[in-house]
Design a protein around this ligand. Structure first.
Ligand SMILES: Cc1ncc(C[n+]2csc(CCOP(=O)(O)OP(=O)(O)O)c2C)c(N)n1
Length: 644
């Protein structure tokens, strides 16, 4: 479908064109930009509410600053659609997040305006500070470096580490705090309350107004001058010292809060700030989903709604003729409640993904036992460790990709002390449209090298339930990883009774004679389907679902290696140090020899696309696995002919 942007937007091929417009034209640019985002995302999908909320801010930033010389760093980057459209990517914006199309996040290789690759949150202040320090060093004193960070992303330790440093560096860093009171779900924690207090506090609003009066900006709106700047500085110091502003305490000059939807005021404010050197923070209040009524009202649902009818607001559901299996996420979400009802030691933690991982069900039902701790993966892991020291059985649910941020906590706080925390790694494997920053490609490798870890993966929903059941038993004294992908599991019926699975015990799914296929987790289903595909060709491989990559089912592997010398391993993690590597290590340690073909994620950055497109590209799909089976079978047949 061809979606036409408005006339003004069509004339903007880069921020240079935007700057040529009169200020009075900017509200129209904002309207057209907002409409274009709605038009494209409704038909092509993607993140939604966050970009709508920063339309005015985006226009104002590119209008005032000399981008890309002045550097904009978008935190997370899911809100940067307007930025992409204004910086030369308007006409291919409909390829956003599609295979071989634009990335859903800023990406350095895509545009010179994308100064820093993002996807994970809370990196923007560090990155902008690094850029600012480099500019300082190079003598580029006029250059500005701007981190645009949400109140959700601001909850992370990294953001505070960066502010702590920025405050004592005399570098041109402007932190724009885009405060919409939302993360994906409602934002949590004391910082959120603090920001609300600042916004509503009479004292602060008075101080703010006094600032601007001192500047000569309000109510008469005179132009800014150097003399006014020093007056402003003096009045600022006078007024803020004595009050306890968190950001001022970190030696960042604090401005705001201001209305992030008033384009004229934003332009004035940014122009003023452009002339003030050193580290500073502008607090901007915005509404997530601004301009699309439903998105303003149901902000979590419209964070990334999928395709929808922009007129009626109906979010399209995939249409299936047969009842669909449940998502692994919902199996997790309901099973943990079932387990917690019987085991009062169970508690659960998620860092800012209660809807995504379905812990929200337990948070609603058992609010004192299930917590969203903000975008704080490191804290989530160590908090779980602390709870575990007191005998609690904690399910710490973190997306595989975000768990990368908490690696030291896993080793130092959990594994070394052998605390029985259960890590549910959601979104394991390739996640699809979110791309390389979000693929859960490394967890098998990074978890299985840690002593004391139990590392498991279910092949279907019943297996997930059984693994969850097993992991919470009192007899389990080790940290326990359960990894599973996004989306639909396998069977339509999953309300099965839960059973204990012996740790390190795999399953033989099917005996065979030619080749043994060893799989780990959900991709075992692709292997099973490949085996069905080759049946008509009288190829009959055996299939083993190992369930655990640590500890391995050695008894089963001895059986496999003594019966088969052609082995295929299948996993949806990196081939470097992953499941296939574990099998090779076993083979070498036990002096077996066999031809082993490892199917997994290759040692390269996998871009974005649908999971199906990506798995097909790298050969982790039924069709490719069937071809590998055929190849191996051919070798075997040729070998046996040669010996005859
Ligand atoms: C390290 C990390 N954890 C979790 C996420 C998932 N995530 C993406 S956007 C988002 C909410 C960000 O909230 P905020 O910064 O306030 O931006 P908003 O969407 O409200 O504009 C979360 C939790 C992430 N991108 N990175």
């Amino acid at each position: 479908m061809n979606i036409a942007p408005g006339a003004l937007l069509t004339s903007i091929n880069s921020p240079v064109d935007l700057k040529k417009l009169k200020r009075s034209q900017l509200p129209k640019v904002c309207d057209e930009l907002r409409q274009y985002i709605i038009d494209v995302v409704s038909v092509h999908g993607g993140h939604f509410g966050a970009s709508l909320g920063v339309v005015e801010l985006t226009v104002a930033l590119h209008y005032v600053f000399n981008t890309p010389y002045d550097q904009l760093v978008w935190d997370v980057g899911h809100q940067a659609y307007g930025h992409k459209i204004l910086t030369g990517r308007r006409d291919n914006f409909s390829t956003n997040r599609k295979y071989k199309g634009l990335s859903g996040f800023p990406k350095r290789t895509e545009s010179e305006y994308d100064t820093f690759g993002v996807g994970h949150s809370s990196t923007s202040i560090s990155a902008a500070l690094g850029m600012a320090m480099a500019s300082n060093y190079k003598g580029e004193k006029d250059r500005q470096h701007i981190a645009i960070i949400g109140d959700g992303a601001m909850t992370a330790g990294m953001a505070f580490e960066a502010m702590n440093h920025a405050g004592i560096e005399n570098s041109n860093v402007l932190i724009i705090l885009n405060d919409n009171c939302m993360s994906i779900d409602p934002n949590v924690g004391a910082l959120k309350e603090y920001l609300t207090d600042i916004t509503t506090s009479q004292t602060y609003n008075k101080i703010r107004d006094d600032f601007w009066k001192a500047l000569g900006k309000l109510p008469v709106g005179k132009d800014y001058s150097r003399q006014m700047a020093s007056k402003f500085e003096a009045s600022l110091k006078g007024m803020v010292s004595g009050s306890s502003n968190l950001f001022e305490a970190l030696k960042l000059r604090y401005f705001g809060p201001i209305d992030g939807h008033n384009i004229s005021n934003l332009v004035d404010t940014l122009k003023d700030l452009k002339d003030i050197s050193g580290p500073k923070l502008l607090h901007v209040k915005t509404v997530k989903g601004k301009g699309y009524d439903r998105a303003e009202k149901e902000q979590t649902k419209w964070h990334a709604p999928g395709l929808f009818d922009k007129i009626t607001g109906e979010i399209y559901k995939k249409k299936f003729d047969i009842p669909q299996p449940p998502k692994y996420q919902d199996v997790f979400g309901y099973t943990i409640i079932e387990l917690a009802e019987k085991n009062d030691k169970i508690m659960a933690v998620t860092p800012a993904m209660p809807s995504g991982c379905s812990l929200k069900f337990m948070m609603e039902k058992m609010p004192h036992r299930a917590f969203d701790v903000g975008i704080c993966e490191q804290h989530a892991v160590t908090l779980s460790a602390g709870l575990a020291t007191q005998g609690m059985k904690v399910f710490c649910n973190i997306y595989s990709t975000f768990m990368q941020r908490a690696y030291d906590q896993i080793v130092h706080d959990v594994a070394i002390q052998n605390l029985p925390v259960v890590f549910c790694l959601d979104r394991a494997g390739l996640v699809g449209e979110d791309g390389p920053t979000h693929h859960g490609a490394y967890d098998i490798a990074y978890m299985r090298c840690i002593p004391n870890m139990i590392v498991s993966a279910p092949m279907n929903e019943s297996e997930l339930r059984n693994l969850m059941y097993t992991s919470q038993l009192q007899s389990i004294r080790n940290p326990f990883v359960i990894r599973y992908p996004r989306g639909e599991a396998v069977k339509a019926v999953w309300q099965t009774e839960m059973k204990e699975i012996k740790i390190g015990k795999g399953r033989k799914l099917k005996d065979g004679e030619d080749i043994a296929i060893l799989s780990f987790g959900h991709p075992g289903n692709f292997a099973a389907s490949a085996i069905r595909d080759v049946k008509a060709e009288s190829i009959n491989p055996a299939h083993y679902d190992l369930r655990f990559v640590k500890p391995l089912d050695e008894e089963m592997l001895h059986e496999v290696f003594s019966r088969f010398n052609k082995i295929i391993t299948v996993e949806d993690g990196t081939i470097v140090g992953g499941f296939g590597s574990a099998i090779l290590e076993f083979m070498a340690a036990n002096n077996y020899s066999a031809q082993v073909k490892i199917i997994g994620i290759p040692d390269t950055i996998i871009e974005h696309g649908t999971p199906k497109e990506l798995y097909t590209e790298i050969g982790i799909d039924a069709h490719s696995i069937a071809n590998v089976i055929r190849e191996m079978h051919k070798i075997r047949t040729m070998e046996s002919m040669a010996t005859q």
